[in-house]
Design a protein around this ligand. Structure first.
Ligand code: UT7
Length: 328
């Protein structure tokens, strides 16, 4: 049980189409400056009408497999974290398995909204630690743009589409790899951030569509306050559980929802912003894809290197929140 799970490769994919804050100014009652100053977002990517979540997930997964040097045929398990699946069923992970030609892999989806990647990483880590599987592909992927009310300025300016992935394998020493993971949820505040209609609570109907109840609703200000508190708590939990001080953290890879939330968490950790990976400006809030998108950007630009202590964290619908500590 000494072997740790190592992230052997990362990958990501952003759809081609870019929607800037200036584009949004022309669509709704907002301003590019308001969006940038309140959220840190400059632009977001949108899937094409033909692109579904599994298409984005497949591209990110393939990039991660290439970096890891892992043949898809050797994968044991694929987990896709998403709140915007291709279909209610079967799973998005099944389509990714088909696209990749990962014939022997088990595949399932995991839904923990924006914390989905941290949850999926935790599950993948446990499958490896127990010796059940040797090669696990974990993906966070979303096509949120198709679940937004494009007339609601409270929400449509915030979100974007994308996918990020990581390949997990057993490490060959006890130093590198996933050190600890920490998951939390609080269902009492579920309706702060959700899609009211479309599944069993309120099946899709003409009335639901007329009222746009099949689109994402968020009480942003309340979510913001809970996010800052819970993220501070969970980073404290990671530090305490591992006997670490802020000087031990080389990089924070936060959920990319709002730059102000990211800055608040960094302040709490007493981390200078140079040690914080920020990509929210170029893709907005991509929910489960945001942490692996930021992680992949930092790995490919060689900001994160072997031996670095990396803290990942996320917060989102559920409500859910969590963190993972990784020695890169
Ligand atoms: O990923 C899951 C977790 N999600 C999050 O973490 C998101 C959390 N929430 C947020 O990021 C922020 O709450 C928002 C960016 C959504 C909003 O920022 P805020 O500082 O909390 O603003 P607010 O909702 O309190 O609204 C401030 C003002 C309001 O006007 P009044 O009442 O002060 O006159 C809004 O009507 O800003 C107005 N406003 C806008 N103005 C221009 C709200 N949306 C917009 C907009 N453009 N798009």
């Amino acid at each position: 049980m000494n072997t740790r799970t190592v992230i052997a490769g990362t990958g990501s994919y952003l759809p081609e189409k870019v929607l800037t804050n200036f584009d949004l100014e022309k669509m709704i009652d907002t301003s590019a400056d308001w969006i940038l100053s309140r959220t840190g977002i400059r632009e977001r990517h949108l899937a094409s009408p033909e692109e579904a979540t599994s298409d984005l997930a497949t591209k990110a997964g393939r990039a991660a497999l290439d970096m890891a040097g892992v043949d898809p045929a050797d994968l044991d398990l694929i987990i896709v974290a998403t709140l915007t699946p291709d279909h209610y069923f079967p799973s998005t992970a099944g389509f990714v398995q088909r696209n990749l030609g990962a014939g022997k892999a088990a595949a399932f989806d995991l839904e923990a909204a924006c914390t989905g990647f941290i949850y999926a990483l935790t599950v993948g880590d446990l499958f490896i630690k127990t010796g059940t599987y040797q090669k696990v592909l974990v993906i966070g992927a979303e096509v949120l743009s198709k679940f937004l009310d494009w007339e609601d300025r409270d929400t449509c300016i915030l979100f974007g589409d994308g996918a990020g992935a990581a390949v997990l394998v057993p490490g060959d020493d006890s130093e590198r790899g996933i050190i600890s993971t920490h998951l939390h949820s609080d269902g009492s505040m579920a309706e702060l951030l959700y899609v009211p209609a479309g599944v069993s609570r309120m099946p899709i109907s003409k009335e639901a569509i007329d009222q746009k109840l099949n689109t994402l609703k968020m009480r942003g200000h309340e979510v913001f306050k809970v996010a800052v508190t819970r993220l501070s708590e969970v980073v404290d939990e990671v530090m305490e559980a591992n006997g670490l001080g802020e000087e031990d953290i080389d990089f924070l890879v936060p959920h990319q929802a709002n730059l102000r939330i990211i800055q608040a968490t960094a302040r709490k950790l007493k981390l200078p912003m140079e040690k914080v990976i920020v990509t929210v400006d170029i893709h907005g809030n991509t929910s489960a894809a945001s942490v692996p998108l930021a992680l992949d950007a930092a790995v490919r630009s060689k900001r994160i290197n072997k031996g670095d202590m990396v803290l990942l964290e996320a917060f989102g619908g559920g409500l859910t929140w969590g963190a993972a500590l990784v020695r890169w």
